[in-house]
Design a protein around this ligand. Structure first.
Ligand code: SAM
Length: 236
């Protein structure tokens, strides 16, 4: 959306840029709008972004366009993907690591499914996504804004010895081979005996490597843009 169009309504443009208003949703109920700050006529163009909600599709795609190699996808995981990942969680998982959490499309579902005494460490390299994760404000969630390649040290410094589950939607296919192999080794070391790894990939390039160390179950989620392969592995 070209925000120059809204410059006369500086406060509205500012709120959109901050992510407080979501400009992509047309037809929101006027009851959800604050008429004081919206000029009449615009109230149907915006809705107030929920505290702790994912960022707008517009903002996510902006990050994709600016840095496709890091983000590695066109859009956030769909609710269908998030549900499938949630369903793949083993019962009684207490310690969960999520690598490449983005703006929390999967994180939120994990938090819905986890018990009150569980802990979730979300790792995200891009600060604009990590800020959205921080805003979730769930006491069980901690966010590491940085490189997943540092996860071993970072997890240890936060008191995590191992994880029952590791979820990843990192764009592994775009990683240099050495980085990919090093991270796969770290993941294996960090996973508790019998632990579960859940990997979302648009192309299942990790499958051969994962098969060497895990019992793998493969699902496909077509209702995602693009569709996801969801690889669920149990540590041998
Ligand atoms: C395909 S997106 C998935 C985002 C989110 N989990 C979802 O499903 O909507 C991959 C995410 O991994 C992050 N990422 C890529 N390389 C990373 C790295 N080395 N360390 C941490 N995060 C990384 C990107 O910034 C991006 O948010």
């Amino acid at each position: 959306m070209d925000l120059r169009y809204f410059r006369r309504y500086a406060s509205v443009a500012q709120l959109v840029e901050q992510g407080t208003l979501n400009p992509l949703v047309v037809g929101s109920s006027p009851a959800r709008c604050t008429k004081k700050i919206y000029p009449p006529g615009w109230i149907f163009l915006f809705r107030r972004a929920k505290v702790g909600s994912t960022m707008s599709l517009f903002s996510f795609m902006k990050s994709t366009v600016l840095d496709l190699k890091t983000v590695g996808t066109l859009s956030p995981a769909s609710s269908f993907t998030a549900k499938r990942v949630g369903n793949a969680l083993p019962p009684n998982a207490k310690t969960v690591l999520e690598l490449g959490a983005g703006d929390g499309a999967i994180t939120r579902t994990l938090l819905e499914r986890l018990s009150p005494d569980a802990r979730l460490l979300a790792v995200e390299m891009k600060p604009e996504f990590a800020a959205v994760l921080e805003a979730i404000g769930d006491a069980r969630l901690s966010v590491y804004t940085g490189d997943a390649l540092q996860i071993k040290n970072e997890a240890a410094s936060r008191g995590f010895v191992s994880f029952d589950v590791i979820v990843s939607s990192l764009p592994f296919a775009l990683f240099p081979e050495a980085a990919r192999d090093s991270l796969l080794n770290d993941i294996f070391d960090l996973l508790a005996p019998g632990g579960v790894i859940i990997v979302c990939q648009h192309m299942p390039t990790l499958l051969p490597a994962l098969k060497e160390k895990y019992h793998i179950d493969i699902q496909v989620e077509p209702l995602n843009m693009p569709p996801y392969f969801i690889l669920r592995g149990t540590k041998r």
